[in-house]
Design a binder for this molecule. Structure first.
Ligand SMILES: [Zn+2]
Length: 290
C-alpha cells in the first residue's frame, strides 16, 4: 500500500494534542511491519483548496505571519507554518485518492467547513480529495468517517451534494467536542454511539454502512480514519478495547470496495494515544488490504 507522508509535519507543534509524534508513531510502526511504500507529498495548490474552501477563509490562514498568533477557535491556532503544512496535508489526501493509498498526515481535516476551521483542523483534507476526484470524473463518492468525533465540517460541505454520501459513526456529538448535534438527510447518515460504548455496540452501529453503501453504489470510497475510539484515548468516551475491531472495520470497507468495484483511499484524522496509535492504524490497514 502507498503511504503519503512528509517530515515537514514535524515543524508544526501546536499547543494542542495534535503533535508530530502521532504521525511519527504510525510511520515507525508501518515501516517495521513492512508492506508499505512511503512517498513524499506534493502540496495541494490554492486552486485545490478552492474546490472546498472560500477565498476569504483561505486568506485568513494564508495571511498569518509568525508571532502574530491568530486563533480560529480556542484549540486551533494559526501561525505562519500552518498554511504550508495544511496544504501538504491536503496534497497527501489528494495523492492517496489518486493511488488508493493512505494519507499519513496532520493537521487533520474533518472539523473544517468551507469557511471555518476548528478542532485542530484547517482545511478539510478528505473533502478536497473527493472534490478533486469529482473533477477527474468520479460521479459518486462515499465517505466513511470512523473517528470518534463527528466530522461536522465534512457533513456541512456535502450536505447539499447528492453525489457524495457521508456516513459517520461517532460518540454523540452533543456529549463531546464539537458539541453540535449531527444532521441527517438522504445522503448524510450519522450513527451516534453513547459515551462508554464498547466494541460490540460500535460495530453493530458500523454494520449499517453496508446497506447504505450498497444502495448508493459509489465508484469511490473515502475513509476518514480516526483512532480516538480506543479506550485509553482520553479525547472521547468511546471504549474500543480489542485491536481486532479496527481490523474488522477495515475488512468491512474492503469487502464493500470489492463488491462495488469502488476505489478506496484513507486519510488520517484523529487518534491521540501515541503508544498504541501505530498498532491501531496497522490493524485497520491490514483489514483494508485483505
Ligand atoms: Zn477525533
Amino acid at each position: 500500500m502507498d503511504v503519503f507522508y512528509s517530515d515537514k509535519q514535524k515543524t508544526f507543534i501546536p499547543p494542542n494534542p495534535d503533535i508530530p509524534d502521532r504521525v511519527e508513531a504510525i510511520k515507525d510502526y508501518l515501516e517495521r511491519a513492512g508492506g508499505y511504500k512511503f512517498h513524499n507529498i506534493k502540496s495541494a495548490t490554492k486552486k485545490d483548496l478552492l474546490l472546498v474552501h472560500t477565498d476569504a477563509y483561505i486568506e485568513i490562514i494564508e495571511s498569518c505571519k509568525e508571532k502574530e498568533l491568530y486563533w480560529l477557535t480556542p484549540d486551533t491556532p494559526v501561525v505562519e507554518a500552518v498554511y504550508e503544512l495544511a496544504k501538504i496535508a491536503a496534497g497527501g489526501a489528494i495523492r492517496a485518492a489518486e493511488k488508493e493509498g493512505f494519507a499519513l498526515i496532520r493537521p487533520p481535516g474533518h472539523h473544517a467547513g468551507s469557511d471555518y476551521g476548528m478542532g485542530f483542523c484547517y482545511f478539510n483534507n478528505i473533502a478536497i480529495a473527493v472534490r478533486k476526484m469529482q473533477e477527474k470524473g468520479v460521479k459518486k463518492a462515499f465517505i466513511i468517517d470512523i473517528d470518534a468525533h463527528h466530522g461536522n465540517g465534512t457533513q456541512d460541505i456535502f450536505f447539499n451534494d447528492k453525489n457524495v454520501f457521508y456516513f459517520s459513526i461517532q460518540q454523540d456529538p452533543t456529549t463531546v467536542f464539537p458539541g453540535i448535534p449531527a444532521k441527517n438527510n438522504d445522503h448524510v447518515i450519522n450513527m451516534n454511539s453513547s459515551a462508554g460504548a464498547e466494541d460490540n455496540d460500535f460495530m453493530a452501529a458500523f454494520e449499517n454502512v453496508k446497506k447504505y453503501a450498497l444502495k448508493f453504489k459509489p465508484e469511490l470510497i473515502a475513509v476518514s480514519a480516526g483512532f480516538d475510539t480506543w479506550h485509553n484515548d482520553n479525547m472521547t468516551d468511546i471504549k474500543i478495547k480489542d485491536m481486532n475491531t479496527y481490523r474488522k472495520i477495515g475488512e468491512i470497507i474492503s469487502g464493500l470496495g470489492k463488491e462495488l468495484d469502488a476505489k478506496t483511499f484513507v486519510v488520517l484524522e484523529g487518534g491521540y494515544c501515541i503508544n498504541v496509535l501505530g498498532a491501531l492504524t496497522w490493524n485497520f490497514l491490514q483489514g483494508l488490504k485483505s
